[in-house]
Design a protein around this ligand. Structure first.
Ligand code: GLN
Length: 485
């Protein structure tokens, strides 16, 4: 029954008493049981807790005091701290870890009435673009059994695409909401840095990390973001600024809006079938009344190396806390304290995490700090300045989300640089701090989803959701369901 219903539709149906939250929640739990063994998109399902929350939601719905997402079943990326179940970050280091508190966005979604069906698989500590670095095994893309779902929020993307939850949280440090959304044919939004609280989001790169919504449609994401966003005194980088009415702004006309397309986007590395789908989407935007014009983002080509230096530097510092003393995993029978630290980290972290920690330690070390870390910070400022100049002229910046549709499991696993290039179009938004959205705009030659990427100026999530929603009113890519689910 839930297979053909979006989050917004479920939300409305609950309010209209077409069905109960218990029925809907049970339907998702049944689907998880039936389909997830083949997908591996969840690290845990919360059967009892979800049904109990659904019953409580049904009471509120019956008594007429329903909150914005009352009774709507969602999932959380397993990087967000939850008191229910474990918080693993897809790592052996945290397998079995139970958080004593809930992340702020987890709290807020609960306060909005959402029901949590479980936690989703992810690349270890959110490092990856394919979900293959998870200690709990890779996730399969519901659109093709040998294809990756993208990463690092690949579990959330696959779960939404396979209709195992109405929506899911993700986190995006360099593309981890948008790239898996593109590869799984769903909609995902990375908010402006500071729009959603990072409290309880296990830190990867603190100056880039941002939680956000993933769901079938822009309207669904608007409902989720409205609940998630807002100032939090427990995160000093969260911004004290009123939350926009995201659903209220969805219908705005696009006539007069200017969409900039950076010349730098259509270069080598972009698959022809992805390019075709994005160009067709731009035509659609012209039909909707927007003006599309070429712009320049001259420092865009430096985004990936800049991101890799900064993200690794911050990760090496953030992950220092996993020392065998404070958290779950500890090596057995160490010979000394140093041996305990070293063995714990060698056993607890997978190779991608170790690689990032080593690169980060290197670029921060005395002899190399100026050459790498400081240089990267300077380029970051240039990238940000490019965006500021572009947004003087245009309302939105458009392009592909990912240079290719989903690639095969194992295809890039042994080539980290090829894997990093998956983030070609997404990392710059994190470096600048601006918001970005990915939504389905067609299919590749072999039938896998293609995503369109829009970026907007700081705090213009309303415009991103509006533009994606208008497009979804005249297309049906977002409504397609993979065969076999
Ligand atoms: N794929 C990128 C990386 O591997 C981005 C990850 C993310 O956004 N968390 O670092």
């Amino acid at each position: 029954m839930v297979r053909d219903l979006s989050l917004s539709r479920i939300r409305q149906g609950l309010r209209d008493k077409e069905f109960s939250s218990r029925e809907i929640t049970q339907a998702y739990l049944d689907r998880i049981e039936q389909l997830d063994p083949g997908l591996n998109s969840f690290t845990q399902a919360f059967r009892e807790a979800a049904l109990a929350a659904a019953d409580a939601a049904d009471q509120r719905l019956a008594s007429g005091d329903a909150r914005p997402l009352e009774g709507v079943p969602i999932a959380h990326k397993d990087i967000l701290a939850t008191t229910e179940g474990q918080t693993t970050c897809g790592s052996k280091m945290l397998a079995g870890y139970r958080s004593p508190f809930d992340a702020t966005v987890v709290d807020r979604l609960a306060d909005a009435g959402a029901v949590v069906v479980g936690k989703t698989n992810m690349d270890e500590f959110a490092m990856g673009s394919s979900n293959e670095t998870s200690y709990f095994g890779p996730v399969t893309n519901p659109w093709g059994t040998n294809a990756v779902p993208g990463g690092s929020s690949g579990g959330s993307a696959a779960a939404v695409a396979a209709r195992l939850a109405a929506g899911a949280t993700g986190t995006d440090t360099g593309g981890s909401i948008r790239q898996p959304a593109a590869l799984c044919g769903i909609t995902g939004l990375k908010p402006t840095y500071g729009r959603c609280s990072r409290y309880g989001l296990v830190a990867f790169a603190s100056s880039l990390d941002q939680p956000g919504p993933m769901a079938q449609t822009a309207e669904d994401c608007a409902h989720m973001l409205g609940a998630m966003a807002g100032h939090d005194e427990r995160d000093s980088t969260s911004v004290a600024r009123p939350v926009d009415d995201y659903t209220g702004g969805l219908e705005g006309k696009l006539a007069g809006k200017v969409i900039g397309v950076p010349a730098e986007f259509f270069t080598q590395g972009l698959a022809p079938d992805v390019q075709r789908a994005v160009e067709a989407a731009l035509d659609q935007y012209r039909d909707l009344g927007a003006e599309v014009r070429e712009i320049q983002l001259p420092h865009y080509p430096y985004a990936i190396p800049t991101y890799q230096v900064i993200a690794a530097a911050e990760a090496s510092s953030n992950l220092a806390r996993f020392d065998g003393v404070r958290y779950t995993h500890r090596a057995e029978n160490p010979e000394s304290l140093i041996d305990m630290y070293e063995s714990t980290r060698a056993e607890g972290f997978g190779s991608e995490v170790q690689r990032r920690v080593m690169v980060g330690t290197f670029v921060l070390s005395a002899g190399y700090y100026d050459a790498y870390y400081l240089k990267a910070q300077k380029v970051r400022t240039r990238i940000r300045d490019d965006f500021a100049a572009a947004f003087e002229e245009v309302d939105l910046i458009a392009g592909p989300t990912s240079p290719t549709a989903a690639f095969g499991i194992g295809e890039k696993a042994t080539d980290p640089v090829a894997m990093y290039l998956s983030d070609l179009y997404t990392t710059a938004a994190n470096l600048a701090g601006v918001p970005g959205i990915s939504f389905p705009c067609g299919f590749s030659e072999n039938g896998l989803p293609v995503g369109m990427h829009l970026m907007a100026n700081f705090f213009r999530e309303d415009l991103l959701l509006n533009a994606a929603h208008r497009y979804q009113q005249v297309t049906d890519w977002h409504a397609r369901v993979p065969e076999g689910v």
